[in-house]
Ligand binder design. Structure first.
Ligand code: PEP
Ligand code: MG
Length: 574
């Protein structure tokens, strides 16, 4: 039966494919087919992994350190029992033989099936045991990953699958870079959540906030994802499929046409050069940024190096990553933001028990509470600055004392490198993100101590309007055109102009072509966005005359009523 679901389109384009219901384990596990001759060796590899985890648990049980909590022994016993259950230790072998798939995949599938069974148990105590199942399965998975088997006969291509999830974390999205899905849909999420931001950076058509897609869609259902209108069609009939194939082809054609302006300068009709830069999450995004001919990296969200792992990346590992980006873009500038974890970007080593994490120990607050983490990162950034044009960006500044502390730590890192004779750029620029209303209102004080400012409009809107950017229930209230938001942006831009300090926008507003002309009219000249949006924004820049846009933008700033604002925006975009 055909039916459609409506949500928020967070990433443009159309995808047509079969539903694959989400499982974190599946995303972490590689998936490939085996040569028939290697199937029994794969079963043996799985048995070995189970045995090594059993030995590990036994060793732990017999060497419980004095002073350990008394529950530890019972806890290990539960894990040993789970491991011995044939559902976990035997059924995956059957899956390997039947599907001729690798052991990691067989285990991941079986774990998900088991967890689904646990989730339907009414008794809360028993239901909670699903976490133990996952932990035991993760141990076996880790052991398997450390001992690879025979080379795959064929890697399974997920290019025509659409991932269907209740919710996805930014860490899951990072794993998507390894699993090329055609698109994805989720029940929860807001348009500027980091999950949505990553979806855009992957260029995957996606729809979020569908509420009950996960419950209504079955594995293998045919789906159409319309990331533009925010619609998902389930089990479409032939006529609908034909219609969407047509729309997809037209959309692809438009994208192709846009490529013609790739090497054109981003200059307005009245001759003002506009700097278009790229936001990236990992060094492997550099080629995408370069392909769009950007003027540099305006925001490298360094925290993605810290996700999906149990430990912290050390100084050398970070240095390598930052140098790769700096070298890859040289001589163009690369703005690297210091660690911004917390809120929706949780890391395993950080205990996140805050009731309201978006207002908690996030970003620079966390770094100042854990100065060693910050110092390690700053040393790595400074070392990388020797190999390209690196700039440091501090996230989520609210008070000047935070800025002073961060600058003192940067000075300490510089001093330690000098003592060790390690070269770095002595003139490295340090900037701050303006993404908390207090910082926008006090922009002058921040600008005086910093080399540049960058408006993080995603958080600026979240904190100005008191709207959780990840919560789909309030997603309709998330409004970049709210007069208070525009007032804060305008104020910051004016402060920057007056003090001669460059101000950029690196939030999602910078990549929305419907807002380009308004921002130009407000005086913005540096935009940083996902590489995928650069050409659409450039197209707007090239047809704009700032002299004509300025009075209209100022008029819009003075308008209060949403209808009037929309009317003026339409005039600006005419
Ligand atoms: C922002 O808040 O606008 C921003 C660019 O940072 P992030 O989206 O990573 O919070
Ligand atoms: Mg932010």
């Amino acid at each position: 039966m055909t039916f459609s679901l409506h949500g928020i389109g967070v990433s443009g384009g159309y995808a047509i494919g079969r539903a694959q219901l989400y499982s974190h384990a599946r995303l972490e596990a590689p998936h490939y087919l085996l040569h028939p001759e290697h199937v029994e060796a794969e079963v043996a590899r799985f048995t070995e992994a189970v045995e090594s985890v059993r030995a590990e648990l036994l060793a732990l049980q017999t060497h419980i350190p004095g002073g350990a909590p008394p529950e530890l022994s019972a806890f290990i016993e539960v894990h040993a029992l789970i491991l011995s259950d044939s559902m976990l230790s035997e059924v995956p072998k059957r899956r390997i033989r039947e599907q001729r798939c690798n052991a990691e995949w067989a285990l991941a599938q079986q774990t998900e099936a088991l967890i689904a069974q646990f989730e339907s148990i009414e008794d809360e105590y028993l239901r909670e045991r699903r976490h133990d199942v996952r932990q035991v399965a993760d141990k076996v998975l880790k052991s398997l990953m450390g001992h690879p088997g025979h080379a795959p006969l064929k890697t399974v291509d997920e290019g025509d699958s659409i991932l269907v999830a209740h919710d996805l974390s930014p860490s899951d999205m990072v794993l998507f870079k390894r699993h090329p899905f055609a698109g994805f849909i989720t029940d929860l999420g807001g348009t500027t959540s980091h999950t949505a931001i990553l979806a855009r950076s992957l260029g995957l058509p996606s729809v979020m906030a569908l509420h009950n897609a996960r419950a209504l869609i079955q594995e293998g259902d045919w789906l159409i994802v319309d990331g533009i209108a925010g619609v998902v069609v389930v089990e479409p009939d032939q006529a609908i499929l034909d219609e969407y194939r047509l729309r997809r082809n037209q959309w692809l054609l438009e994208q192709k046409k846009l490529r013609r302006i790739k090497s054109s300068p981003s200059t307005t009709l009245d001759g003002i050069d506009i700097t278009l830069m790229a936001n990236i999450d990992l060094p492997l995004d550099v080629p995408h940024a370069r392909a769009e001919n950007v003027a540099g990296i305006g925001l490298f969200r360094s925290e993605f190096l810290f996700l999906n792992r149990d430990d912290l990346p050390g100084e050398d590992e970070q240095f390598e990553a930052y140098r790769e980006v700096a070298r890859g873009m040289a001589p163009k500038p690369v703005v690297i933001r210091t660690l911004d974890v917390g809120a929706d970007k949780s890391v395993r080593w950080m205990q996140q028990d805050s009731i309201n994490p978006a207002l908690g120990l996030r970003a620079i607050r966390l770094c100042l509470a854990e100065p060693q983490i910050f110092l390690t990162q700053v040393r790595a950034l400074l070392r990388a600055s020797h190999y390209g044009k690196v700039r440091i960006l501090l996230p989520m500044l609210a008070s000047l004392s935070e800025l002073d502390q961060a600058l003192a730590l940067i000075a300490a890192a510089r001093g330690s490198l000098r003592v060790q004779d390690i070269p770095f750029d002595e003139h490295i620029a340090v900037g701050g993100m303006i993404e908390i209303p207090a910082a926008a209102l006090a922009a002058e004080w921040f600008a005086r101590k910093l080399d540049f400012l960058s408006l993080g409009t995603n958080d600026l809107i979240q904190y100005t309007l008191a709207i959780d950017r990840t919560d789909d229930a309030v997603a309709h209230l998330y409004d970049p055109l709210h007069p208070a938001v525009l007032g804060l942006i305008d104020h910051t831009l004016r402060v920057g102009a007056r003090l001669g300090k460059p101000v950029s926008v690196c939030g999602e507003m910078a990549g929305d072509p419907r807002l380009t002309r308004l921002l130009l009219g407000l005086g913005l000249t540096v935009f940083s966005m996902h590489p995928a949006h650069v050409l659409a924004v450039k197209q707007q820049v090239m047809r704009s005359h700032i002299g004509e846009l300025t009075p209209l933008a100022r008029k819009l700033l003075r308008a209060g009523q949403p209808e009037r604002i929309q009317e003026l925006l339409a005039r600006i975009n005419q």
